[in-house]
Design a protein around this ligand. Structure first.
Ligand SMILES: Cc1cc2nc3c(=O)[nH]c(=O)nc-3n(C[C@H](O)[C@H](O)[C@H](O)COP(=O)(O)OP(=O)(O)OC[C@H]3O[C@@H](n4cnc5c(N)ncnc54)[C@H](O)[C@@H]3O)c2cc1C
Length: 383
């Protein structure tokens, strides 16, 4: 990680704010409604360095601390959450390679990932295995210097327009306990790596979430992350804290964006002879929304600071993920109520926030699972 001064951070965030106003906000509604991938934004994200945001400078990235990265995510998600997925999933893959990969893997992939020339995602979920990843059925069998992979994945973000995925498989399906038979691969597109079309979604539109089929897909053993079998579950779990801080920031951004829209609308919409923001029932909603957004930012900052200092932060990351993503849902719903009938019109953007918010409670470990982690940690730390 490089040292980022407060002035550096301010300059970077100002640049991001200008980009959001100029390029993201004007295209969000059309791309969302037409489920159209934002190719132009991808090119701009490359110029902004977003694909290398958390990759170390020695591999060509910006080396941002999690505290600064979370602020970027909150800002972009406040305007439109979906494009965050393009660099977020990519950076989770990069972080796994940087944490667990061999030096050869880091040298081969990270510089190309930092520029966005090669973009990736994470392929964990299967039709029958989401929260319970140890139940997955995709199998990699050793064949000389290669592995042959068969199986399927679903809901994989960046899999149509990206170039590769971090693929979680079983190398020993009989292993007991089950997680000891799991391994991670850096899987580039090629023969046997089949991308089915984009899944149609309620929200998080415009982004490519697809089903993948691996049909006798041959991959070099050099692409086994870290060069050892049986580490995939730990390697995946090791990236969850940063992943949860990221998703927390997306939820918080949705909450803050919905609050801003509702606040502005409540100052112009009149009912019973005055702007609706002067009715106490609306004020209670705005106050509750603003307080939860602020509390989310503090939880995210607290988890990020611990992460940056190298301390264990699974409890804090889960608290931030749970609270901030529920805040996103709460604020989007309250904003819908404040917009009244117009909330149902696609002319107003608030309905998109409402459709996008719920996903944050499901992805990167559902909020039920988060609360179980929090409680287990509380019990463990109590002794
Ligand atoms: C739009 C979208 C994009 C996605 N992108 C990706 C991606 O890029 N890569 C990827 O790998 N995956 C991705 N996912 C998948 C996502 O991570 C999973 O949907 C999520 O982990 C939940 O798994 P599941 O859907 O199988 O639900 P399940 O695991 O079947 O859970 C169903 C319900 O049971 C509850 N539950 C399960 N186990 C327990 C338990 N032990 N205790 C209490 N409650 C429990 C859950 O909380 C939930 O309420 C994406 C999903 C969506 C919708």
């Amino acid at each position: 990680m490089t040292t980022w001064t407060q002035d550096d951070e301010r300059a970077l965030l100002d640049n991001i704010d200008r980009w959001i106003e100029r390029e993201v906000k004007p295209i969000a509604r059309e791309h969302d409604q037409e489920d159209k991938y934002p190719h132009a934004l991808v090119e701009q994200m490359k110029d902004l360095g977003l694909f290398g945001a958390t990759i170390s400078p020695e591999y060509g990235g910006l080396g941002l601390p999690a505290t600064t990265y979370a602020k970027i995510v909150i800002r972009v998600a406040g305007a439109w959450m979906a494009p965050v997925g393009i660099f977020n999933s990519h950076l989770i893959m990069a972080s796994a390679i940087e944490r667990c990969g061999t030096e050869e893997q880091k040298q081969k992939y990270l510089p190309l990932m930092a520029t966005g020339e090669k973009r990736g995602g994470i392929a964990l979920t299967e039709p029958n295995a989401g929260s319970d990843l140890q139940a997955l059925r995709t199998v990699a069998k050793r064949d000389g210097d290669d592995y042959i992979i068969n199986g399927s994945k679903t809901w994989i973000t960046n899999s149509l327009y990206g170039h590769m995925v971090l693929l979680l498989v079983k190398t020993d399906p009989e292993a007991k306990p089950r997680h000891k038979g799991m391994s991670l691969f850096i899987a580039e597109k090629g023969e046997g790596f089949v991308v089915a079309g984009k899944l149609k979604k309620m929200g998080y539109r415009a982004i490519d979430s697809c089903e993948l089929a691996f049909q006798d897909y041959r991959i070099s053993a050099a692409n086994l992350v870290g060069g050892v079998e049986g580490q995939g579950f730990y390697q995946t779990a090791g990236g969850l804290e940063l992943g949860r801080i990221n998703v927390a920031a997306r939820g918080c951004g949705i909450g803050e964006g919905a609050l801003k829209l509702a606040l502005a609308y409540s100052q112009t919409r009149q009912a019973f002879g005055k702007p609706i923001c002067e009715h106490q029932a609306i004020q209670l909603k705005l106050a509750e929304m603003a307080s939860r957004v602020e509390a989310s930012k503090l939880l995210i900052d607290s988890a990020s600071r611990k992460y940056d200092s190298g301390e264990r932060c699974d409890l804090e990351a889960s608290m931030a993920k749970y609270f901030a993503t529920e805040t996103g849902v709460f604020c989007a719903e309250e904003a819908m109520r404040i917009f009244g009938g117009y909330s149902y019109s696609v002319e107003y953007e608030i309905e998109r926030y409402y459709r996008d918010a719920m996903l944050m409670c499901i992805g990167e470990g559902t909020n039920e699972i988060q609360r179980i982690i929090i409680a287990r940690q509380l019990i463990e730390r109590q002794g």
